[in-house]
Design a protein around this ligand. Structure first.
Ligand code: SF4
Length: 517
């Protein structure tokens, strides 16, 4: 049974409240079961050498059980963040908010969902580093502003935070969190615009960076994307039993499938959509900015069964694999994906190259976020918990291994060693995107440039480090060709090029390593 902390707000009824949910054995700072640094045998599960998406968002308007619909949608978006989740609901009068550390299914039991009444909901699932601020910064964030109660959930990262925050504090703003979302709410609260929707539009025009946002007041839902459209956000609808319709927004369309909702369209870059009892209205709060949607959503983050930026992710990954085979084919006996994210590209590669596709590595899907470490450390233990080779598929074979990225190189080396240890005669690693040479400032948790192996070593040096027989990446042109559609969507490729679409970057983070990794 979860422990619930009730944070009453002065002057509000019991139903207009925020609840922060902790799971048993959990501190405010960490996920369930996290160990201290002092020798507890229960350790956080070792993170793979992957980049992390920071968030997924949903919004529901016009459903008798909005909280339960938001729960299902967040469940489908769990891959976008596993550290904390939250749902806020409104019933026209009150606004309730519950959030906690852990997985969506761990936080939102039947009892907890019963505390979230109303036909409107917004929800959020977040990846975050553990730290004192982790639970405090879980979303949605609810702020009692001069414009009334507002709940907000946000995917992305603002890049002009410092200036905005300082100016707001000079104006008397008091911040409860260090979250980007609160900056937006404070801008709205301090706006002199006559209406709430004008205040939101004015505030969004002042912030720079990546944001796909859902917001809720006691009686309205808002959804917006930043002018460059970095992060995805789609709109859908479903018919209710009484003939009315529910409007849904979600980071990815896979959330619509679980709700049996129909995909309507993407929220456009620079667009603000408002949904009330009278229906949906839209305005462009920003125009004329070049679209730079995150290409890495297609490479790795989004689920292959989602349609993002108007294009099926599965189709993009298949094309990446095919293009990779055309660009850097090598004689081999089998094509083996690094599961799960390398599977679709490997299928495309295998078909294009005419080489059999084999699941030569099996992923353990039941590994939790904690594990009991064996008394003696086993070499490559962390990777072995997650992946295991299928010896009879690999033994004596020339293997083409397909993965979606190399970040520090350490995990890739372990996987190459694992495949070779299972008897592979040759291991050729192929990566379905260009070398990652620069950190992301738009909502993806990346190491600094000094830790990115491709920023500091040549491809031949990386090949030597990971102990592969050959190594090749997809070219930038090949990647852009693989994600292109008739709409000619513009993409951000800054982590592969260092060319950032916004002016602001953190100088420290983009310095290369002075010494070899
Ligand atoms: S820098 Fe890379 S991960 Fe970040 S938004 Fe651009 S393409 Fe996506």
């Amino acid at each position: 049974m979860s422990q619930l902390l009730f944070q009453g707000v002065e002057g509000e009824t019991d139903r207009t409240r925020e609840i922060i949910c902790k799971l048993p054995g959990q501190t405010a700072a960490g996920a369930p079961g996290l160990a201290s640094e002092t020798g507890d045998s229960t350790k956080p599960f070792p993170e793979s050498d992957k980049l992390h998406e920071e968030c997924g968002v949903v919004a529901i308007h016009g459903h008798p059980h909005a909280a339960r619909q938001a729960y299902l949608a967040l469940y489908a978006l769990q891959h976008r963040g596993q550290e904390s989740a939250g749902i806020a609901t409104a019933d026209g009068q009150h606004l309730a908010n519950i959030k906690g550390m852990g997985l969506v299914s761990e936080i939102f039991t039947d009892d907890v969902l019963d505390k979230l009444p109303g036909p409107m909901a917004i929800g959020h699932t977040r990846y975050s580093t553990t730290g004192d601020s982790a639970l405090l910064n879980a979303q949605p964030i609810r702020v009692d502003s001069t414009k009334g109660l507002i709940a907000i959930a946000h995917n992305g990262n603002l890049v002009n935070l410092g200036n905005l925050r300082a100016a707001l504090e000079r104006d008397g703003a008091y911040f409860q969190t260090t979250s980007d979302s609160e900056i937006i709410v404070q801008l709205i609260a301090h706006s002199t615009a006559a209406t709430l929707v004008d205040a939101i539009a004015e505030s969004l025009a002042k912030v720079d960076g990546a944001f796909s946002i859902v917001m809720m007041t006691r009686d309205r839902i808002f959804a917006a994307r930043d002018p460059r459209g970095f992060r995805p956000l789609s709109m859908g609808r479903m018919k209710n039993a009484d003939g009315t319709q529910t409007i849904i927004f979600a980071s990815e369309t896979c959330a619509f499938d679980l709700l049996r909702a129909e995909y309507l369209r993407d929220v456009l870059p620079g667009e603000l959509v408002m949904v009330t009892e009278d229906g949906a209205t839209s305005r462009q709060y920003s125009t004329g900015v070049k679209q730079t949607s995150c290409v890495f959503e297609h490479v790795y983050f989004a689920r292959p069964d989602s349609r993002i930026f108007g294009r099926w992710v599965q189709e993009s990954r298949d094309q990446m694999g095919r293009q990779l085979a055309r660009e850097s084919g090598v004689p081999a006996d089998v094509v083996v994906p690094v599961p799960d994210s390398g599977v679709t590209a490997a299928l495309g590669y295998a078909e294009e190259a005419g080489i059999p596709f084999r699941m030569g590595l099996i992923r353990n899907h039941y590994v939790g976020r904690t594990f009991i470490e064996p008394e003696q450390r086993v070499r490559d233990f962390g990777v072995r918990l997650k992946l295991n080779p299928v010896h009879n598929l690999l033994e004596g074979k020339r293997v083409i291994l397909i993965d979606d990225s190399i970040i520090r190189g350490t995990t890739s080396r372990k996987i190459v060693r694992m495949v070779r240890g299972a008897g592979a005669r040759e291991v050729h690693l192929r990566i379905s995107c260009p070398p990652t040479i620069s950190p992301c400032f738009y909502g993806v948790d990346t190491p600094s440039k000094s830790e990115l192996i491709a920023a500091n070593k040549s491809i031949e040096e990386i090949r030597h480090f990971i102990e592969a027989d050959s190594l090749a990446y997809l070219s930038l042109d090949g990647l852009l060709k693989s994600v292109q559609d008739e709409k000619k969507t513009g993409y951000c490729t800054a982590c592969y090029t260092g060319n950032y679409p916004t002016q602001w970057v953190d100088v420290e983070d983009v310095l290369p390593a002075t010494a070899a990794i």
